[in-house]
Design a protein around this ligand. Sequence first.
Ligand code: M6R
Length: 614
Amino acid sequence: MCGIIGYIGDKKASDVLISGLSHLEYRGYDSSGVALFGEKDIEIYKAQGKLINLIHVLNSKKEICTSSHMGIGHIRWATHGMPTEINAHPHTCNCENLTLVHNGIIENYQELKQELQMLGCKFKSQTDTEVAAHLIAQEYGKTQDLLKAMQNAVKKIQGAFAFCAMHKHEPNKIVIAKRNAPLIVGVGIGENFIASDVPAIIEYTKKAIYLSDYQTGVVTKNDIKIYDKEDKLTANKIEFLPYEALAISKMGYKHFMLKEIYEQSDVARNILAQKLVSQNENIKLDELKLDGNNIKKITRVQIIACGTSLHAGMVGKYIIEKFAKIPTDVEASSEYIYRDTIVDENTLVIGISQSGETADTITAIKQAKEQGAHVAIITNRVDSTMARLADSLLPVNAGIEVSVAATKSYMAQLISLYLLAIRLRELKFDFKDIEIIKLKQELFELPTKIEELLGHSEKIQKVAKKYSSYKNFIFIARGINFPSALEGALKLKEISYINATGYSAGELKHGPIAMLDENMPVLAILNTGVVYDKVLSNCEEARARQAKLIAVTNYIAPKDENLFDDVIMVPFGSDLISPALNIVVLQLLAYFIAEYLGKDVDQPRNLAKSVTVE
Ligand code: M6R
């Protein structure tokens, strides 16, 4: 959730650290700080709030900023302790010789804190991280060696961490450690970088070493040494980073979210170009490491994910059950891990995650793997922890998504699920039927229809303006678009803070209808198909309670037009493909409302892009 950056080389460290943190700012952002190793000493600067506050602080510290060529930085999303300057990282020990930044959560921090207090450690912050700083410093007192001190300390720590530490008596080195939180070392020439995520360093290097859990390391200007769980020197391979610096620029759009919404037609086109050759040929999904015989033995599919990825999974349930005819459950990872799930070697578990680093989903996947399931991962990050755990890795290739609100990654997940469902059917039944041919045709047409929608956003903008002052919203739909209602409501609440809830339209009269009056707009997703008339009846019920009604629809009969206050038309598509079209309207609606309200669209309060704590 937080972000880490480290640098050692000839550049001005403060420049590299601030640039790195600015690219991580989307991950978590209530405070930030850097520690700069100067000629003799380590100086720490912190600021509450946005990164710009830290930049202002550093602007008045020209001397250290010019002379320091080594440092560590952090951008924080508070877990333990309020988002104050004191709680911001880096943290230190009593003598302030040791400086540390940390991502993750130290679960036994209270026990450790008590022990350390008895040894005389004085705590300044409320964070769990400060415990690690004192603990490593205590170990340093015994060993006079920062690497050994780190290696001894992490053995006493329970929980998740990526650490980056410097010690005043050991200039020219940064010591690192990782367990259940991502950490990479960017490899340069005469310089090296450390980061919790690729965007922080991609403008400087395209090569990196990924640390595995329980590894520690020492990074100097010209060398990187990695040690395994037993503290023995080990060799991690250097990998090529697949990202372009350009991908993390706004390219003229006001917000990353808008840019990412507009990228969706290309995202769809790129994935389909690689996997869908023609209506009569099989889907090219070699990444699925199951053959027809394996698939015939699969008795159940379990989809696990969180947030937006969970909503994609709910659409996946419809299409997998329809095409592969395998009973499919979908569950939030955070629930899945705390019950006795029935999983065996005939279970296909599909983990979906934009970041590939969501802690709950990682735990759920590990659990399913231990029980013998085949684990397929649908992720946007082939370099993530989840990707490394996958039996079948189904990359979605949406490109880096910077805005906290997931948009293009959702589109890519939906398309991957369509392709997977079709492939499962091809492998299981070994024949091509008209339904598959029709869906493939619709997939071919999808990018153009998305473009058509994006080209006519004026109506959505008008509706957004009209409804931006409402404090509550209800989204209704049925069938395969029920997840679209949930996702539309999630988008609206996370970036505009309007209380929006998605309901299955049929459930409206079982309680939520009590809330309806002229102050409660109801947005109904109406797609021609089996539930169209049912949703229309639910709209009548809402109208009878004076609710304002908005339709997002691909067909409306002239006789029904007056039922609605506003109608937003969507290009025509079958029920099956409609979630991939309707969602574009809902994303734009949420975006424009938040924009009118002057909200911080890309970095909404209290949220982070990647939720690496359970
Ligand atoms: O990286 P993941 O897809 O695993 O993240 C899951 C959720 O945290 C994420 O979708 C979240 O709900 C987004 N803010 C939604 O826009």
